[in-house]
Design a protein around this ligand. Sequence first.
Ligand SMILES: [Mn+2]
Length: 191
Amino acid sequence: MNKEDLLLVDAGCSLTDYYNGDITRTIPIGGKFSKEQKVIYEIVLSAQKTAIKSAVTGSNSSTVHNVALTILIEGLKEIGLLSGSTEELIENQLYKHLYMHKTGHWLGLDVHDVGAYRIGDYEVPLQNGMILTVEPGIYISDRIPVPEGQPSIDERWKGIGIRIEDDVLVQDKNPEILSIAALKEISDLEF
Ligand SMILES: [Mn+2]
């Protein structure tokens, strides 16, 4: 790898009691994020932290996703990579060239554990003791076409891909981040 590259590590592991972990960290190979990489990292980290806070009893997977998605979209609007109202961008899925997956999945005896997230219009409620991943990201491709009406992407952003994933134990008020020991602040990743 080159020193200006980012390394994205998405690592799962099975423990001796058969339960699984699944974490992602994105690390600057050369020890420093570029200006553009740092801007994207900060947006993803902010989305991730706020989404984790929403993983409480009575919430649901769609809510956690939408909390993350809203922050990602607002950050991308601020730097000129999306334009328009956040509601319309979500409604018409005009962000999908930059964020094309959901924000998390159940975690347990399988890395992508069994169980529905919603059944028709019914959102499966989060309950104390459930575990899910929270893993927003932004991926700026030089190949995926930009939807009509959305800003074209300046070269300096292209090739940046960042995801941050933690394993979260749902609780009534303060979700517990089980993977908290894996550092994710910029000040911890830069050297
Ligand atoms: Mn995952």
